[in-house]
Ligand binder design. Structure first.
Ligand SMILES: NC(=O)c1ccc[n+]([C@@H]2O[C@H](COP(=O)([O-])OP(=O)(O)OC[C@H]3O[C@@H](n4cnc5c(N)ncnc54)[C@H](O)[C@@H]3O)[C@@H](O)[C@H]2O)c1
Length: 263
């Protein structure tokens, strides 16, 4: 069993998930790095490079390949993490996707809607159910002293973008999932928080970079720069330390002031 606390971070081969994995490893967590694909030949990018980078820095990381939208793969992943580390202290539901193509609300397809609901909502919802059951047991057995769960949602949970309604609806559902699990897990003292990143520079936003460059230059944000994956990772690190436990059930925007109503 791992002597260190263990964090399972979904979709941590790149982007925000990668920054979270690296930060948690630096802060003393053994990290279960989850990715849909693992390319061991790629030493510069992807889950394998996250694992090797963490190990080079003296930390502990293991790869767990799984598509979190597939129930059997999800179950197998949690079994494998339990087998390898014997505990999960922190679950970070980070994995998520945008629509393959942004399409107007009056045109967008049902297939895209179903895909986003499965990956962005159903996957983390049932993964959390599964991990929470184990956390309750591990806690009762004295293996995990303080379990915690975080959801990486989005400002899209409450910000209308009619050219990706499917994404907005999936993230709105995820915010409710955060509240529900906070409520249900309260009796076990398991804090649950939801982070809502704003405009973060990752591969997900690469296709709309020019648009957001312009909006940010024009003053869209109070903080006049793109968000960085590390901005999100810093909040997860505070939660992981226990600094935000009394915020259970809350959503925290990591948006550089995007949500501030201004005149
Ligand atoms: N970039 C932003 O501006 C932004 C803003 C708000 C919220 N978010 C959210 O942050 C999270 C991370 O996004 P990112 O910007 O780092 O994007 P990204 O595309 O760089 O990374 C997403 C990661 O999730 C993984 N993933 C996708 N589907 C998966 C699945 N079914 N199973 C397991 N892993 C899967 C991908 O392989 C990838 O590694 C997402 O949930 C996203 O919705 C991003």
């Amino acid at each position: 069993m791992s002597d260190k606390p263990v964090a399972l971070v979904t979709g941590s081969g790149r982007g925000i998930g990668r920054a979270i994995a690296e930060r948690l490893a630096a802060d003393g967590f053994a990290v279960a790095v989850n990715a849909v694909t693992v390319d061991t030949a790629n030493l510069d990018d992807g889950a394998f490079s996250v694992k090797t980078g963490i190990e080079r820095a003296g930390g502990t990381a293991e790869l767990f390949q799984a598509d979190i939208s597939e129930p059997a793969r999800r179950r197998a992943m949690v079994d494998a993490v339990a087998e390898r580390f014997g505990r999960i202290d922190l679950l970070v539901n980070n994995a998520g996707v945008g629509p393959a193509e942004r399409k107007d609300l009056l045109e967008a397809s049902e297939e895209s809607f179903e895909r986003l609901i499965r990956i962005n909502l159903q996957g983390p919802y049932f993964l959390t159910q599964q991990v929470a059951r184990r956390m309750i047991r591990w806690q009762a057995e004295g293996i995990v002293p303080q379990p915690r769960i975080a959801f990486i949602s989005s400002i899209s949970a409450y910000t209308s973008s009619p050219n990706r309604g499917d994404y907005c609806v999936s993230k709105a559902g995820l915010n409710m999932a955060g509240r529900l699990f906070a409520d249900r897990l309260g009796e076990f003292g398991i804090p649950v928080i939801t982070l809502c990143p704003g405009i973060i520079e990752t591969r997900m936003t690469r296709g709309v970079k020019e648009k957001y460059d312009r909006l940010i230059a024009d003053g869209l944000l109070v903080t006049r720069r793109w968000g960085r994956p590390e901005d999100v990772a810093g909040v997860v690190a505070s939660f992981a330390r226990g600094d935000l436990d009394y915020c259970t059930g809350e959503t925290i925007e990591v948006g550089g002031g995007l949500g501030l109503r201004r005149l």
